[in-house]
Design a protein around this ligand. Structure first.
Ligand code: SAM
Ligand code: DTB
Ligand code: SF4
Length: 348
């Protein structure tokens, strides 16, 4: 049945979905989407880089790695006043979640306490919070949960088989270990990956399979299209066929029907029709605001115009989190309560 939450997907089943004619795939994705969410709403999150550059990891896609020669000005951890002021602007522009990223392999306990000050400052505005800080110990994840953090972002990026082509300074299993700590601490998980890094379809299948067979589906699944940054080893990666991105979104929606699927990095260079197809294929979240972490993102007026032309609208908090929507935000849709109940079952 459309929208059933399953954790026993096989790679073969996911590969077979991927091969379906696109109209069939879109229909299945729409059915899964509508079983859990109103189909006309998009959740908006805004990103901020709270510590930029000089990262010791060697992720081949990333402009912030100290191993690559990108034109990036490194920055120390931002102070709480700056971060809260930026979050307030994002809230005024319609974002319901504020996501803060740091270019660390893993934070020290002291660094973690600084981040907790930022999280608490942003929470006080009535926004949801998400941070992405690299690997965590079990007690650090616990500490973040106690401090009131909502989501932790930690992407698996690609398949287990292709991982070593992209990153050599940590392993796929390191990623899974931190994801376990995050889950066990009771934090919500934001976990997805990147397409367009020269991987093949089997790698994309394996990536989605890994996500869909985690003990709980990540509540939020970001699908990033590689932003090819000059100076990174992937600067000249072959551009991905946009329909392959659409298929990735559709299969993500079908296999993790109650999760928010975020069309993440890569929208700046994407035409409106491709973005619309991604929304038809089950994406229901965007990053809003003119910057991702270090690279450009579409301006708010372009996003607003796109949603208007499609008859869609920003939602007051992820449908799964309507109870946490800030006071005074737009009315939740009539389906939101149902989506909330279903999403709860996603996290067995
Ligand atoms: N250092 C932490 C980590 O790696 O988990 C947090 C920050 S890191 C920049 C967060 C995520 O951004 C990465 O996992 C990756 O999926 C995504 N990302 C980084 N550079 C990207 C790029 N050029 N294109 C698309 N996604 C990118
Ligand atoms: C995610 O999956 N994508 C975001 C967020 N989670 C942290 C980051 C995208 C970064 C794109 C490159 C940059 O702006 O530096
Ligand atoms: Fe560092 Fe994260 Fe960039 Fe990798 S993706 S180089 S860990 S900031």
């Amino acid at each position: 049945m459309a929208g059933t939450i399953r954790h026993d997907w096989t790679r073969e089943e996911i590969a077979a979905l991927w091969e379906r004619p696109l109209p069939d795939l879109i229909l299945l994705a729409q059915q899964a989407h509508r079983a859990h969410f109103p189909a006309d709403e998009v959740q908006l999150s805004t990103l901020l880089s709270i510590k930029t550059g000089l990262c010791p990891e060697d992720c081949a896609y990333c402009p912030q790695s100290a191993h690559h020669n990108t034109e990036l000005e490194p920055e120390r951890v931002l102070d709480v006043e700056t971060v809260v002021a930026r979050a307030r602007e994002a809230k005024a522009a319609g974002a319901t979640r504020y996501c803060m990223g740091a270019a660390w392999r893993r934070p020290s306990d002291r660094q973690l306490e600084k981040v907790i000050d930022l999280v608490q400052g942003v929470r006080a505005l009535g926004m949801e919070t998400c941070v992405t800080l690299g690997m965590l110990t079990a007690s650090q994840a616990q500490r973040l949960a106690e401090a009131g953090l909502d989501y932790y972002n930690h992407n698996i990026d690609t398949s287990p088989e292709y991982y070593g082509e992209i990153i050599t300074t940590r392993s796929f299993d390191d990623r899974l270990e931190t994801l376990g700590h995050v889950r066990e601490a009771g934090l919500k998980t934001c976990c997805g990956g990147i397409v367009g890094m020269g991987e093949d379809r089997a790698d994309r299948v394996a990536m989605v399979h890994t996500l869909a067979t985690l003990p709980e589906h990540p509540q939020s699944v970001p699908i990033n299209l590689l932003v090819r940054v000059p100076g990174t080893p992937l600067q000249d990666a072959e551009p991905l066929d946009p329909f392959e991105l659409v298929r990735t979104i559709a299969v993500t929606r079908i296999t993790m029907p109650a999760s928010a699927v975020r069309l993440s990095a890569g929208r700046e260079e994407m035409d409106d029709a491709t973005q619309a197809l991604c929304l038809l294929a089950g994406a229901n979240s965007f990053f809003s605001g003119p910057r991702l972490l270090t690279t450009p993102n579409p301006q708010a007026d372009r996003d607003r115009a796109l949603l208007d032309r499609l008859g869609m609208r920003p939602v007051a908090g992820e449908a799964a989190d309507v109870d946490a929507a800030p006071a005074g935000a737009a009315e939740p849709s009539p389906c939101a309560g149902r989506a909330s109940a279903d999403a709860a079952t996603a996290s067995r």
